[in-house]
Design a protein around this ligand. Structure first.
Ligand SMILES: Cc1cc2nc3c(=O)[nH]c(=O)nc-3n(C[C@H](O)[C@H](O)[C@H](O)COP(=O)(O)O)c2cc1C
Length: 221
């Protein structure tokens, strides 16, 4: 196993997977077992996860793409955050880096639409996990689920498995409910495409930078 710092430093979001190389069930399970150790307020362990592979994965993808290709850009159950002011600069820099690696220009509408569509193709990942929490919960519990998410992402990466957490997979909740039986009392928070990196995929050339620590942290004496 690689060193923890090395796992954190080397991890990147993967947006191009080897479609016909599924992750062994035992490896997925190991990463899920490790993420299960995540801390949560009062130890209520509020994350709920539906993992779809094979035919189940294909049904969800078909359902989402059917809607996307009809021009229906989806309808998330919770509002999607906007990024005004100082956050806008970072959002734009992120898009410039990603679309740059794809060779898609800023004014290339069809190119950007096809890049967006790849989210619903799961970037060819053989697995997808949908992550939810009880509908009555709020920000505090969402924080616990975020902690779980990072544990899971790092547990996958340390085993050589890539993933892409996706807010975009919140946009067709009806499809997830219908195909995977996600209960109505669960709020869908995100999906995660999971698989082995396709090193040839242009999107995987994307390298996102981070701000200097002082942007995010203030020390008080
Ligand atoms: C909760 C969450 C939602 C995300 N949603 C998407 C998404 O819908 N599509 C996508 O391509 N990337 C998505 N990402 C990946 C981010 O764009 C990525 O983490 C960020 O640009 C930093 O890049 P890095 O992960 O390669 O360091 C998401 C990441 C997180 C944590």
């Amino acid at each position: 196993m690689p060193d923890f710092d090395e796992v954190v430093r080397s991890r990147r979001t993967i947006r191009g997977f080897v479609r016909d190389r599924p992750v062994p069930g035992a490896v997925l399970r190991e990463a899920l077992e490790l993420a299960q150790r995540s801390p949560s307020n009062c130890n209520v362990q509020p994350w709920r996860v539906h993992v779809a592979s094979g035919a189940a994965r294909d049904r969800v993808v078909r359902g989402m793409l059917e809607r996307f290709d009809q021009g229906d850009l989806g309808n998330p159950e919770d509002p999607i955050d906007a990024f005004p002011g100082e956050y806008r600069r970072l959002q734009v820099a992120c898009a410039v880096e990603l679309y740059g690696s794809l060779g898609v220009a800023r004014d290339d509408g069809p190119g950007r639409l096809s890049a967006l569509r790849k989210n619903y193709e799961l970037f060819d990942a053989p697995h997808v996990a949908f992550v939810s929490m009880g509908r009555h919960f709020g920000l505090g519990v969402a924080l616990d689920v975020g902690v779980w998410l990072q544990s899971f992402v790092l547990a996958l990466w340390s085993r050589g498995v890539g993933c892409c957490p996706q807010a975009s997979l919140r946009y067709y909740p009806e499809v997830v409910r219908r195909e995977l039986g996600l209960p109505e009392d669960q709020r869908l928070l995100c999906g995660i495409s999971i698989g082995y990196e396709d090193a040839e995929a242009p999107a995987n050339g994307c390298r996102q930078r981070r701000e200097a620590l002082e942007t995010n942290v203030r020390f008080h004496e």
